[in-house]
Structures are given as C-alpha cells and as structure tokens.
Design a protein around this ligand. Structure first.
Ligand SMILES: Cc1ncc(COP(=O)(O)O)c(C=O)c1O
Length: 341
C-alpha cells in the first residue's frame, strides 16, 4: 500500500507533515487589502506599483541590511522564479546544492542547461553561469555562516557569474541567525540576487507572492523579458504584499508557532531513535535513523504520520526524512502523542 494511503488508514486519521504548505490563516489585514483591491480592470505593472516597490525596498534595507545600489521586482511566487530564471538569463551551467529543493534542477532542465550538484563550500565550486544558494535550507534547515556566504560571493566575483540566494525561510530563525547574501556584499551587489517569498512569512502561499532584490542592471534585464512573457503579479496580490511587508508582528507570531512545534516534535523523534541534523532555522526537521529513508517513512506512516523521504532532495538524503511543521498545533500535539509508542 502506498505510504500516504497507509497513513490515511490510521484509525485517528492522517497527520500530514510531508508538505511545506502553510495551514495557519493568512492574517486578516492582508486578506482585507486583497479584497479591497478586487476592482482591478487594468493591467498591473510587471515592475510592481510604486507602493509595493517602496515597501520591498524599505524591508530589504531594514530587515536584511541591504546597502549600495539595488533594485527589486515582484514575482508570481518564488517557485516560478526558480523554475524560469535559468531560461531568462540563458544559463548553460547551473550549480545547485547537493541536497536541495527539486525546482533548482527542474529550472536547469527547462533551460536546457546542465545542473551540477555542489557542496556548501564555494571554494570547491566549478565555473558556471549561475549558482543557487539556499539558507535556511529546504530540506535540512541548515543556515550558512557569514564566511560561507562570502565564499559564494567570491566565487561570483572571480567567475563573473550570477549568484542567487533563495532566502524564503529567512524569517524563521530558531537556534541560528540567518543572514541575507545582500548583507555580505559591502554594497557591491553586481551579479547578486536574493529571492524572498511571502508564502511562508505571511502564510500567503495561495496568493503567489514573492520578489527578488539585488543587482539593478540584472533586474532591469530580467524585468524587460518578463514584461513580454506575461509574468505579472496580479494587482490585488501586489496590494496585499504591500501591507504584509509593512508589518512584522504577524511574522514574529508565525515564527513562534513553528518554533514551538519544532520544540515539541524534536524530543519525540529523538526518543524513537532519530537524530535531528541541522534544522537550525526554517520549517523542517531533518532526521535520520541511519536506515533507508523509505523504511523511516513507512514506520511513521504506520503511526498515521506522513513525512518526506530525504531521497526526494538528492542522493545524499537517502537515509533521512524531512518532517514539516506545517500542521496545526493540535495535529502536532497528536503526532507527539502517537510517537509515544
Ligand atoms: C527552497 C524553496 N524555494 C522556493 C519555494 C517556493 O515557494 P513559493 O513559490 O511559494 O514562493 C519553496 C517552497 O516550498 C522552497 O522550499
């Protein structure tokens, strides 16, 4: 029986910790901004409204510590950007983390480019047109140190190559503090982009709302192509993004929720022989029992808990599982009870 069916067959129902999809409601003030903008007869700007651009720039400066010349561009969720950017910039060789969100590889395939899995240490990276960095990581929750980020920037400068840092989990610090790549450039942002998303930060995954920040010339080039490719963020979404970025209180509340869930789940997994690795920030616990990932998935499915095998993220994850904190507090409490076997 497939493991999803097995978990669903549990007498008390499935607890699905396999998807990184938020379940906590979109804050009311964001929903209101979206509703208030529903009269939207004209085409929105690819570049974003002046208010949205200002809100992103302000957030980038205040929250990320961006300095120097930079520009911003809203996008239709960061998955879309990850999937299509290698095509837009006509990359032929793309470096991706060896344990990674699968869309980095898919984006290279769509561009007809070669994707090359690389280790964290950028001093070992080969030459390429583009490299993805992801901190905090999906699936491992690992956070890059300032030294590691600087090595990635050096790689970009030495090779005149584009470095893109996917920072969609940056707001969810737990036991480590995450830094934006743009806080480490000393104001020279040439060839450097950071990608951010409101899907997790503001529980807006259904809105499809993300943006890039960084090298203004590179962003101008990308914006020009996107204008003609139909990649425009709908106006009501742009309005909702603007208010979401202007508030931090709801983000702190969401961070506390995810961290409390991790604090509850971690000892329950450890009591069953799992070692939790990395998982310093972000949404996931990355664990191993030094057995095949599918064996761990099956064991959890027998308890009605569905998790993701680490092999989905690369060969290096073949003995790990990813446990997502995207279930309600009540479901997480039930999972903890079920793990008391
Ligand atoms: C590392 C990473 N990047 C990008 C995304 C895409 O997020 P979205 O398209 O909702 O902005 C995800 C989603 O789970 C992710 O884990």
């Amino acid at each position: 029986m497939p493991f999803g069916d097995k978990a669903r067959a549990h007498p008390n129902g499935i607890i699905d910790l396999s998807q990184g999809t938020p379940v906590d409601p979109t804050p009311d003030f964001i929903q209101k901004a979206f509703r208030d903008a529903s009269n939207s007869p004209g085409y929105p700007f690819t570049a974003g409204t002046a208010e949205l651009r200002a809100a992103i720039k302000n957030w980038a400066t205040q929250r990320l510590g961006v300095t120097g010349d930079f520009d911003v561009l809203p996008v239709i969720g960061s998955k879309e950007l990850v999937a299509w950017l290698p095509t837009i910039i006509e990359a032929t060789k793309v470096l991706i983390p060896e344990i990674a969100y699968p869309t980095y590889h898919v984006g290279a395939l769509l561009a007809g480019a070669q994707s090359i899995p690389v280790a964290i240490d950028a001093t070992t990276w080969p030459k390429a047109d583009l490299a993805w960095l992801n901190s905090p990581s999906n699936p491992t929750g690992r956070v890059h140190s300032a030294k590691e980020i600087k090595a990635c920037i050096d790689w970009s400068r030495n090779n005149n190559s584009i470095l893109i840092s996917d920072e969609c989990y940056l707001e969810f610090d737990h036991t480590a503090h995450s830094l934006s790549v743009l806080s480490q450039t000393s104001g020279d942002n040439r060839n450097i982009l950071a990608v951010h998303s409101l899907s997790k930060r503001s529980s807006m995954a259904g809105y499809r709302a993300a943006f890039m920040i960084g090298d203004s010339q590179l962003i101008a080039r990308i914006r020009e192509i996107r204008k003609h490719a139909g990649m425009i963020v709908p106006l009501p979404v742009q309005k909702a993004m603007t208010v979401a970025l202007s508030d931090d209180a709801h983000v702190a509340q969401q961070r506390d929720r995810y961290n409390a869930r991790k604090d509850a789940m971690r000892p329950a997994l450890e009591a069953n022989g799992f070692t939790v690795e990395y998982s310093d920030s972000g949404l996931y616990l990355w664990c191993t029992r030094n057995e095949d990932a599918w064996k761990s998935v099956e064991w959890m499915a027998n308890l009605g808990i569905l998790v993701t095998p680490g092999s989905f993220y690369g060969q290096a994850g073949a003995q790990h599982i990813r446990v997502a904190m995207t279930a309600t507090d009540d479901q997480i409490a039930q999972a903890v009870t079920r793990l008391k076997v």
